[in-house]
Design a protein around this ligand. Structure first.
Ligand code: PLP
Length: 444
């Protein structure tokens, strides 16, 4: 059994994994692709062990789903305890207490300042779909605004709100109607050619202009944005931009939805990213790290908005499954008891320090950005800012070969993102950055 304190060790070959990949290729649809050359056997803390016994440091946390670490003992106990009582009844028919317990916890920790209510679903995309349904019912309007570089999921509405064409949208249209895209504040590649700090937030002015040329704001039900665009490349939205969007929504009676599916639960050095912005969203969508890897998502919103949808109009067979809710409550308790918010900042500061030092000797490292331990670096071509996807992919491959699992992001695929579990040890963190540094020095 892993202790979670191990260090990487990739010397045992891949014979068992290779056999499993043959089986995967025969059985699993091509669209379900995989990144690493191994199958997993065990995971604990920030450590992964493959079926051949090789050990890796996890720097992607199941794409941001295990902020509290793999297999937290109190989470496992809560899951086991609940599983001995009942696995499923369907809350909409026969309700149960674990649903209420987690809902109560979320109303305490989610930073919406008004009275709140909660609804549970299964995936991030499903939370987004339902947040939009609620906003439409509340406003009796049809239009939705989302942003360039956004990712909100793979179901029809969520995909329509999403920005990256390949692989997420190509050939999957037609998309949901009345979805409008406006530019996000991607300051490193400002769509208005400006420089942050010297600009006058042309990205905000654009929206008012857009209300004249494209759609009247009275037709818009909701605006949805990730405070740090995750899949889009960890693009941190500036405070002025988020405050400006909130003001636009308020002025026009538009429901302001903040998607915290990837940024939530201590990832950004606050329990939720909106705490960096002093905004008060109408609705927040949550998933991923809410339940340490058990499928669960939530829509948390202002009471009057949430209650605008009548009985039976939202829900789902499994939404708020009791095992998932028990896991969620135990996960949040663990995050709070173990000060993972503070830990998130410490980890992030260390990663940034190492990256900035590396950048001094490397012409291919562009923008280094992030909040807390949601950190990314853009790889670019020498002497210009053109995205360098090939280099990023090679570095990722080399890291994995040496026992560090990192993944890419960005509409151009040239961003490497760092999302370690927040329980990573100092020794593992140092080792991880050593592997990354070695990979860069070898590949560039
Ligand atoms: C910000 C954001 N929203 C929504 C989703 C979709 O979540 P899921 O894959 O659970 O449907 C993701 C997933 O990466 C995400 O990062």
């Amino acid at each position: 059994m892993l202790t979670g304190k191990e260090l990487p060790f990739v010397k045992k070959g891949f014979s068992k994994s290779e056999k499993l990949f043959k089986k995967k290729n025969a059985l699993v649809a091509n669209g379900i692709s995989t990144l690493v050359p191994f199958f997993i056997d065990e995971a604990r803390g920030a450590i992964l062990k493959d079926v051949d016994g090789n050990i890796y440091i996890d720097f992607y946390s199941g794409i941001g789903s295990v902020n509290a670490g793999h297999c937290v003992s109190t989470v496992i106990s809560a899951i086991n305890k609940q599983s001995e009582k009942y696995l499923h009844t369907c809350f909409m028919i026969t309700p149960y207490e674990p649903y209420l317990k987690l809902a109560e916890t979320l109303t305490k920790v989610v930073p919406i300042k008004d009275d709140k209510k909660v609804a549970f679903f299964n995936s991030g995309a499903e939370a987004v779909e339902n947040a939009i349904k609620i906003a439409k019912a509340y406003t009796k309007r049809k239009g939705i605004i989302s942003f360039s570089n956004a990712f909100h999921g793979r179901t029809l509405m969520a995909m329509s709100l999403t920005s990256k064409v390949k692989p997420y949208k190509h050939e999957f249209g037609p998309f949901a109607s009345e979805v409008y895209k406006v530019p996000s504040a991607y300051c490193y590649r400002c769509p208005f050619g400006k420089e942050y700090g010297k600009c006058s937030m042309e990205c905000l002015d654009y929206i008012e202009q857009f209300f004249v040329s494209e759609v009247d704001p009275s037709d818009i039900a909701a605006m949805i944005i990730e405070p740090i665009q995750g899949e889009g490349g960890f693009i941190v939205q500036p405070k002025e931009f988020m405050l400006g969007l909130e003001a636009i929504c308020k002025k026009h009676g538009i429901v302001f939805i903040v998607d915290e599916i990837q940024t939530g639960f201590a990832r950004t050095g606050k329990m939720f990213a909106v705490e960096h912005y002093d905004i008060n969203p109408d609705i927040i969508t949550l998933a991923k790290s809410i339940a340490s890897g058990i499928p669960l998502s939530a829509v948390v919103g202002k009471k009057n908005i949430m209650d605008s949808v009548g009985p039976g109009r939202i829900g789902g067979t499994y939404g708020g499954n009791p095992i998932a809710c028990a896991s969620g409550t135990a996960t949040i308790e663990y995050i709070e008891k173990n000060s993972l918010v503070e830990k998130s900042n410490e980890i992030g500061n260390y990663i940034i320090r190492r990256l900035k030092k590396l950048q001094k000797e490397n012409d291919y490292m562009g923008d280094i950005r992030g909040l807390g331990s949601m950190i990314a670096v853009e790889f670019i071509e020498k002497n210009n800012k053109k995205p360098n996807k090939v280099l990023a992919s090679k570095i990722i491959k080399e890291c994995i070969k040496n026992g560090l699992v990192v993944i890419s992001a960005g509409v151009f695929g040239n961003v490497i993102r760092f999302l370690p579990p927040l329980v990573i040890t100092d020794e593992q963190l140092e080792k991880a950055m050593n592997i990354f540094e070695k990979a860069i020095n070898k590949i560039q």
